[in-house]
Design a protein around this ligand. Structure first.
Ligand code: UGA
Length: 437
């Protein structure tokens, strides 16, 4: 099928490349010149494992191209909206400027029978509003909402082999036609018997925010248990293992630590709260504010543990921060707990040196006041405390005996409960975990 993908960020660049790889003819469109030039030359503007390979192969096939000109979308039958919906400044609500701008720009290029497919995460009610806008334009095009569940770090795999497909479609014949078009797009996943939920716009929009709200709640639940473990002497990692054996609970997303961040979970739960309040049901999701608070308190806990563990005034003390991205296998520092901790420690007067396998450049743009090193040895040398805040494999495999020879004081704060505490203690370190004795 001929497809256009509007917005070539983490979501759109992966979607465009993956769809071309699956055999469709794709044009990726973005207003950012630099992004489009990079993608056209086969360079990914961000780190995402597997994307360079898929991008290069799709470009070589001749089925994928990129442009800054929205008019290039003309002629495509299906148009995916993959632009960002960040948190509004000064409010919890989602900023729909980019979604609205994309649809407005697309309208003159739509033909009868075209399908506009929303992938961006939006407040419930947005799809109905956009469908009315498209209908008013008289083009004869329709709208569907097809939320995306990809995880950064696994984005290519999640796009090519999703764990489920959700189509929010219009009622009647238009909706039936949308299902046929989407089934053709996702023919490979459909053939693989991927679970499919065909529903209305509102449900499709809500599925996405409900999924992220649930995941955020699960993480904050275990982090709340972590707080209780801290005042009772229990070990939250063993608690998570033990409750996780109950198949109804499950062990995934029960890793207690410095909490969740990134471009999705934090802003999605806030936008959900704001939208529920607009709908007069703020009380239904009021608990998400607590989920948010628990999450942010964990960052403070890591800072407090570092101050405590230093055993000397923090001013001018060298603190080695391991990790900047919001999670491993990503260079994304949006709302990153790791970067936040580094900034807070620096604000307290520490001489922070931070390292990360992929996120240094993104962190430097936002926080040039921090010192960065791409070398773990240099980061650790002379440190009065070491703080691990992103569980990259390369940090997990640091030999505590080797690291002990580099630092000034053998104090480690494991903000992800990812190190082997016994091994670090045996090598002479004072080990602090979160929610662990
Ligand atoms: C999340 C969802 O997992 C995806 O399904 C969704 O499509 C995506 O948001 C989105 O809305 O686009 P992502 O932001 O890539 O994906 O990251 P996650 O893997 O969900 O991790 C989020 C945060 O939770 C990270 O900071 C991670 O370190 C933290 N986390 C995760 C924990 O603190 N503990 C855990 O047990 C798991």
């Amino acid at each position: 099928m001929k497809i256009s993908v509007i917005g070539c960020g983490y979501l759109g660049a992966v979607h465009a490349s993956a769809m071309a790889e699956l055999g469709h003819e794709v044009v990726g469109i973005d207003v950012d010149d630099a992004k489009i030039s990079a993608l056209s030359e086969g360079r990914t503007p961000f780190f995402e494992p597997g994307l360079p390979e898929v991008l290069t192969s799709a470009l070589a096939s001749g089925r994928l191209r990129f442009s800054t000109d929205i008019a290039e979308a003309a002629g495509a039958e299906v148009h995916f909206l993959a632009v960002g919906t960040p948190q509004q400044k000064g409010s919890y609500a989602a900023d729909l400027t980019y979604v609205d701008a994309a649809v407005t720009a697309l309208l003159p290029h739509l033909d009868a029978g075209d399908l506009v497919v929303g992938k961006s995460t939006v407040p419930v009610g947005t799809a109905a509003r956009l469908a009315a806008l498209i209908a008013e334009s008289g083009s004869g095009a329709s709208l569907a909402w097809n939320p995306e569940f990809l995880r950064e770090g696994f984005a290519v795999q999640d796009t090519i082999s999703p764990d489920r497909l959700v189509y929010g479609v219009a009622a009647g014949i238009a909706g039936e036609r949308s299902v046929v078009q989407l089934n053709e797009i996702y023919a490979t996943a459909i053939a693989a018997e991927t679970p499919l939920v065909v529903t209305d716009f509102a449900t499709a929009e809500l599925v996405k925010v409900a999924a992220n709200a649930f995941l955020a709640t699960k993480i904050s639940f275990i982090n709340a248990m972590s707080e209780i473990a801290e005042v009772s002497g229990a070990d939250v990692t063993q608690l998570a293992d033990a409750i996780g054996y109950d198949a109804r609970i499950g062990r995934r997303f029960l890793n207690a630590g410095v909490g969740f961040g990134g471009g999705c979970l934090p802003k999605d739960i806030r936008a959900f709260t704001a939208r529920a309040e607009e709908l007069g049901r703020g009380d239904s999701v009021a608990f998400l504010k607590e989920v948010d608070s628990i999450n942010l308190r964990r960052r403070q806990r890591v800072v407090d543990l570092t101050v405590e563990g230093l055993g000397r005034p923090i001013f001018n003390a060298k603190v080695a921060v391991l990790g900047l991205s919001f999670k491993p296998h990503s260079d994304d520092v949006r709302d990153s707990p790791a970067l936040d901790v580094a900034v807070q420690l620096r604000g307290l007067g520490a001489d922070v040196v931070a390292t990360d396998p992929q996120a240094i450049e993104n962190a430097r743009v936002r926080h040039p006041q921090l010192s960065y090193s791409s070398d773990i040895e240099e980061t650790l040398r002379g440190a009065a405390a070491v703080v691990l805040v992103t569980e990259w494999p390369v940090f997990k495999s640091i030999d505590p005996t080797w690291a002990a020879t580099l630092v000034e004081t053998k104090t480690i704060i494991d903000g992800r409960n990812t190190l082997n505490a016994a091994e670090w203690r045996a090598a002479g370190w004072t080990y602090y975990g979160l929610g662990r004795p």
